[in-house]
Design a protein around this ligand. Sequence first.
Ligand SMILES: Cc1cc2nc3c(=O)[nH]c(=O)nc-3n(C[C@H](O)[C@H](O)[C@H](O)COP(=O)(O)O)c2cc1C
Length: 435
Amino acid sequence: MGRLRFLTAGESHGPALAATVEGIPAGLPLTAGEIAVDLARRQRGYGRGARSTSIEQDRAEILSGVRHGLTLGSPILLLIRNRDWVNWTRVMQVEPLTDEQAAELAAMAAGGDKKATPITHLRAGHADLAGATKYGFDDVRNVLERASARETAARVAAGAVARSLLRHVGIDVWSFTAEVAGVAYDRAGATRTREESEDSPLRCPDADAEERMIARIDEARAAGDTAGGVFEVIATGVPIGLGSHVHWDRRLDAALSGAVMSIPIVKGVEFGLGFEQTRRFGSAVMDVIEGRDGAGEWSRQTNNAGGLEGGISNGQPIVVRGAVKPISTLPRPLPSADLVTGRPVEKGHYERSDICVVPATGVVAEAMVCLTLADFVLDKFGGDSLAELTDNLARHRERIAKGPISATSAVSTVSTVSAAPGRAAITGAAPAEGE
Ligand SMILES: Cc1cc2nc3c(=O)[nH]c(=O)nc-3n(C[C@H](O)[C@H](O)[C@H](O)COP(=O)(O)O)c2cc1C
């Protein structure tokens, strides 16, 4: 990340989660209420467990960077208190344990309180084994407290700040559930509006497919198993020109895929037609460019590229899909091994768990996409205040509506028509070797 940075902190059963968002310009309207909308969306979804639906009920407090409802340009500190903390004060205590407190914990463990018992039965599909080995822990709780996807609540809060910025520059980001356990939504059957999809159990635009997805989740639950799937994130209103082809680390597609891939449980990312492109000939994949209309908008017949070409946003909606693996913690745990003895055990540790989190992961992915797009918007258009940023962006939109001729005329007196970037492809001039 460049202009916009964020860091999260906090353990799953600690006192709170926090996020620091740095680089948001001054003058952006921001309230805890709008952050709460996304936090609530992350907690919903058919297949989620008790913690997310009843215990958490997240709300972020804004502790810095905002005055009288407007950002100040200074770091924004967000705090989400863990409501379950009251039950974990001794187990997750920050201060060293006194002898008395250590004895109290030991007594809790001896009395069968699982919270107080060191976790050594490893769970496959979690950071348990690799994390504990890497950091030299003999209690997996020291790993799972941070590796837990509870952390994604802090990302969603940070993402809501970025979303607010994007809204003011005309960019909208939304996601829906596209697939669960092999049941895919059908584009033709996706007749629900966005609002209707949001209100549906799986945030799916296809009612018929959703019913079958729910049946798959029920099937998994009945078998003591879990289910994965695919979410799709769509960003509209993204101007041409975010990211760059000139360097690997300036490509917007690379940044977006890294951001989405960083979500625990995401195992694959694709844009537009994604891997399906590999099964078709080129003529059935490339998005034919039809021309620029009177308002300066370029039109295409399709958007198989998912809004990105050469690592740059091309003005089409950005479409990112993420593969969500089935939840690792199974209600009917798999056999495993003990961290300390190294010997096989009958079953891995069981921590209260969800059955399917595809809708929630879509919301987390929205946050990661918002944060990444906001970073690239700020990188390209700058501005210390929202007014400065929106002015810069408006000038860019005006300029690109006129075409590349005006972009080069400011620095060159030679005929810019044939030299202008992008011209060759449109007029059919010979491309460079191998392109
Ligand atoms: C919103 C959300 C909720 C999750 N809930 C659970 C859960 O209840 N149980 C579980 O085992 N994994 C859950 N996960 C996934 C694990 O956190 C993740 O699989 C684990 O940390 C290992 O990371 P990896 O899958 O990226 O390798 C959830 C992920 C997300 C995004």
